[in-house]
Design a protein around this ligand. Structure first.
Ligand code: CP
Length: 318
């Protein structure tokens, strides 16, 4: 593997999950792969889980790790070509990328959607510039439209906890006070569409996701109907995708918050969320703290999804 930006890069998904579960049993077995190799993690946006889990994954593989917070301590970067750089941005990404690549063997990139230009967001202009100009293997640590390390960890978590061969998995929108990207739900949908699950997406009208990721999955605007008999409830907020409301909040309907009453509709289902989560908006305290909450195992599996991806990248460099 040279690049990891989506589910397609994993090839056979069942085999990838199997490999991840093997790695989880002995996470230091591949320490030789990363010897004298350096992982650079470039963050344009904040992170807790991705930062810690990816760095830990690199260290498990014997790598040296460098974390660069672009907006805290580095020069502010211009990302557009053809601009007169007379503002607050001192360096262009087109110089910064090849400079960064001098000091590493593998690059992870986090760069969220800006919501300024839907086409640019969905063309993934930032991560694709890293792919084009770094000359190094590049993987997504959440880009404008996808968060495939999170979705891979989510699938691993579902595999570990499922009680039936083909569980019902519901991705449901929930209310939030800020306009959030569609990256997590896009990737979750992309993975679930490839996995052996009965997948349903529930969201209010006006919040339908991009068809490229929905790919014919069942979509309903009735959350209670979706939750009926669910084995896994994956709650997440996202802003509107469809024009003219791209990147905007068009509803804060609190009847979509995941509460004990909502979970009672499920098949004693598990609650999932990628974190960070706003309690009282997305989910009530009792649900997230309850025995069916998988939010901590999901976060723990971020180390395993990252390690599986970086291991495959390192194997490609041997
Ligand atoms: N879920 C996730 O990616 O968390 P962070 O934003 O804290 O990395």
């Amino acid at each position: 593997m040279r690049y990891y930006t989506g589910v397609k890069d994993l090839g056979n998904l069942q085999e990838a999950v199997k490999e991840a579960l093997e790695i989880k049993k002995n996470r230091f077995a591949y320490k030789h792969l990363g010897e004298n190799k350096t992982l650079l993690m470039v963050f344009f946006n904040n992170s807790l889980r991705t930062r810690l889990s990816t760095q830990k994954a690199g260290m498990n593989l014997g790598m040296n790790t460098i974390v660069l917070d672009v907006n805290q301590g580095a020069w502010k970067l211009e990302t557009e070509r053809g601009v007169i750089m007379d503002g607050d941005k001192s360096e262009h990404l087109l110089e910064a990328i090849p400079v960064m690549s001098q000091f590493c063997d593998v690059i992870g990139v986090r760069s969220f959607a800006t919501f300024e230009d839907k086409q640019k967001d969905y063309e993934e202009t930032i991560v694709n510039q890293f792919i084009k100009y770094s000359g190094k293997p590049v993987f997504s640590m959440e880009t404008a439209t996808c968060h495939p390390l999170q979705a891979f960890a989510d699938l691993i978590t579902i595999e570990e906890h499922k009680k039936v061969a083909r569980p019902k998995v519901v991705l449901t929108w929930a209310p939030h006070c800020r306009a959030l990207p569609q990256a997590v739900p896009n990737s979750f949908a992309d993975f679930m569409n490839e996995a052996d699950v009965d997948f349903v997406i529930a969201n209010p009208e006006g919040y339908d996701l991009c068809e490229k990721f929905v790919r014919g999955a069942k979509v309903t605007h009735n959350q209670d109907e979706a939750l009926a008999g669910a084995d896994f409830v994956y709650a997440k907020n996202w802003s509107a995708y469809d024009d003219p409301n791209y990147g905007k909040i068009i509803s804060k309907d609190m009847s979509w918050t995941i509460s004990a009453e909502k979970m009672a509709l499920t098949n004693n289902g598990y609650f999932m969320h990628c974190l960070p989560v706003r309690r009282g908006l997305i989910v009530t305290d009792d649900v997230i703290e309850g025995p069916n909450s998988l939010v901590i195992p999901e976060a723990a599996n971020r180390e395993i999804s990252a390690q599986t991806v970086i291991k495959r990248i390192l194997e490609g460099l041997q």
